[in-house]
Write a protein that binds this ligand. Structure first.
Ligand code: FES
Length: 122
């Protein structure tokens, strides 16, 4: 019997990434509400970008993240940053903001836990 993760990836248009070596993981919601709001197209853009960046970053589909009112939703781990209305056309802006350390200024920013190491709490 195939593991559940393989079954889930079986519906995806791209091969499963090597998650074991990834330092950062974009979880892109593929629940029904997010799919209806453009989550599938967004996930494909996240995955293309992650593959081309090749910096230990992967983008993976995930089930409903219980933030359907902000669909489509993407979460970055281990940072814990959440983004709503993360449609395909916004992926580049969100990605750039995260890479420049200004994820709170990204379009659709929802939440990020405070950084206890930062002088201002992150
Ligand atoms: S379907 Fe995406 S957060 Fe619920």
């Amino acid at each position: 019997m195939k593991p559940a993760n393989d079954l889930f990836w079986g519906r995806c248009a791209v091969p499963a990434p090597d998650v074991s070596r990834a330092l950062r993981r974009w979880l892109v919601c593929q629940g029904s509400v997010c799919q209806a709001a453009g989550g599938v197209e967004a996930r494909l853009v996240w995955q293309r970008r992650a593959r081309s960046a090749n910096l230990g970053t992967v983008a993976m589909p995930t089930a409903c993240l219980a933030m359907c009112r902000a669909a489509p939703v993407a979460v970055l781990y281990p940072d814990g940053a959440w983004f709503g209305r993360a449609r395909a056309r916004r992926v580049g802006l969100i990605w750039a903001a995260v890479e420049s350390g200004t994820s709170r200024d990204a379009p659709g920013f929802l939440y990020r836990p405070p950084d206890p190491e930062a002088p201002d709490g992150g």
